[in-house]
Design a protein around this ligand. Structure first.
Ligand code: HEM
Ligand SMILES: *[C@@H]1O[C@H](CO)[C@@H](O)[C@H](O)[C@H]1NC(C)=O
Ligand SMILES: *[C@@H]1O[C@H](CO)[C@@H](O)[C@H](O)[C@H]1NC(C)=O
Ligand SMILES: *[C@@H]1O[C@H](CO)[C@@H](O)[C@H](O)[C@H]1NC(C)=O
Ligand SMILES: *[C@@H]1O[C@H](CO)[C@@H](O)[C@H](O)[C@H]1NC(C)=O
Ligand SMILES: *[C@@H]1O[C@H](CO)[C@@H](O)[C@H](O)[C@H]1NC(C)=O
Length: 342
């Protein structure tokens, strides 16, 4: 018995040392870490609270990660990987460069989790928990998240470039894109309500202020008073990194975003278009009048989007920015030395 215990211990420490990638079990579930890291959700929540106090916008910036992660090869934290000499990451993809921000908050969450339960909680799950918390902490709905994702071993900048929608997109293009992920028109409109918090750059709206669809004119759907405000914020010669609020209450998660769309005060073309197309307009109206309907649909949409799976091998990264070091040479050496026990 003593020998077999010793072998078991050796075997477990080998797995720990070598970081063998594996497939995630197919079912995500609530309470996934209740035995292995019972404080996981409260640790994430506390770091998010601190981030919110330090800089209110940061929680919006993090909530956006769920969209940019899950749409590109499933929710696998691929977008958190830094570039390496042999791999172009997703951070510099078209929709992400000079735009995604607050990666340091995820680092802070990860550090706290590694201290409490090393090697247990994936970065992909951190994005899901942190996004939920961003919404709940700013006045939006709370929902129970399903966990158990693994982190990818690679990122794919080209896929991100090809998939992520432009702020110029119209509702019919957005409907088609979301349909590819089995997300309905209702999901699309509700999830766009994420723009109830956060900011965007002048860069993302210059065309609609000055040259919508190459007409040399502004988007006619913009309310004239609001357009004057936007022209002031983003004159033709502006530093296009200047930012404006995505709705009138950018640090409160509420249905103001939809009220703004009804009033022609949507910031992005991809926002205002939801009120100009009949398929999406009804949902905009509904959510503008009934915040509970919006909250319910938003939580459902986030859960569906969070279920988008990667079909590749994964691991639990130690540092969300880099894949774990492989020690396959160590595995081979150990197996050679201990080969007789297997
Ligand atoms: C429907 C298609 C969508 C389009 C075309 C779109 C596009 C954009 C753009 C262009 C920005 C501003 C980027 C910049 O100027 O730097 C932005 C910001 C943001 N997006 Fe979206 N988005 C979409 C859907 C979503 C979804 C589904 C979520 C999350 C569930 C989301 C969350 C956010 C948040 C929170 C911000 C503000 C981030 C910050 O303040 O740093 N978006 N989005
Ligand atoms: C919507 O955008 C797509 C893709 O850019 C374009 O082909 C289509 O003509 C647009 N639809 C309308 C009704 O403007
Ligand atoms: C969407 O649903 C269909 C039918 O249930 C399924 O075959 C497909 O894999 C789903 N697609 C995604 C991206 O989940
Ligand atoms: C507007 O866009 C069109 C088509 O992209 C372009 O040919 C034209 O030069 C632009 N006009 C201005 C004023 O930038
Ligand atoms: C925004 O700032 C970044 C550096 O922070 C710079 O590289 C980029 O060119 C700027 N973008 C615009 C549109 O001015
Ligand atoms: C708003 O939506 C909620 C949730 O679906 C529903 O219970 C409620 O009756 C609606 N309120 C109004 C005023 O329609």
């Amino acid at each position: 018995m003593a020998t077999s215990n010793k072998l078991m211990t050796m075997f477990m420490s080998l797995i720990f040392l070598i970081h063998i990638p594996y497939f995630a079990s197919s079912d995500l579930r609530t309470g996934f870490y209740s035995n292995t890291c019972p404080k996981a959700e409260s640790i994430v929540r506390n770091v998010m609270k601190k981030a919110l106090i330090r800089e209110p916008r940061s929680v919006a910036s993090i909530m956006r990660f769920q969209f940019h992660d899950c749409f590109v090869n499933g929710c696998d934290a691929s977008m958190l990987l830094d570039d390496t000499p042999t791999m172009l990451g997703e951070k510099l993809a078209l929709s992400n460069i000079n735009s995604l921000r607050s990666f340091e908050v995820i680092d802070e969450v990860k550090e706290a989790l590694e201290k409490a339960c090393p090697g247990i909680v994936s970065c992909a799950d951190i994005i899901i928990m942190a996004s939920r918390d961003a919404v709940a902490l700013t006045g939006g709905p709370f929902w129970k998240v399903r966990l158990g994702r693994l982190d990818s071993l690679i990122a794919n900048q080209e896929d991100s470039n090809n998939i992520m929608p432009s702020p110029r997109a119209n509702a019919s293009a957005l409907i088609n894109l979301f349909q590819k992920y089995n997300l309905s028109v209702k999901d699309l409109v509700a999830l766009s309500g994420s723009h109830s918090i956060g900011k965007a750059r002048c860069f993302s709206i210059m065309f609609r202020l000055y040259n919508q669809s190459g007409t040399g004119k502004p988007d006619p759907a913009i309310d004239p008073d609001y357009r004057r405000e936007l022209n002031k914020l983003c004159p033709l010669d502006v530093d296009q990194n200047v930012t404006g609020n995505l709705d009138a209450t950018p640090v409160v998660f509420d249905n103001q975003y939809f009220k703004d769309l009804v009033g022609g005060r949507g910031f992005l073309n991809s926002d205002q278009t939801l009120f100009t197309f009949p398929e999406t307009k009804e949902f905009v109206k509904l959510y503008s009048m009934n915040q509970s309907e919006f909250f319910k649909a938003f939580a459902e949409g986030m859960l569906k989007m969070g279920d988008l799976k990667s079909d590749k091998l994964g691991e639990v990264r130690r540092n969300c920015r880099v894949v774990n070091h492989r020690h396959s040479h160590l595995l081979l050496e150990t197996l050679n030395r201990e080969g007789s026990y297997m």
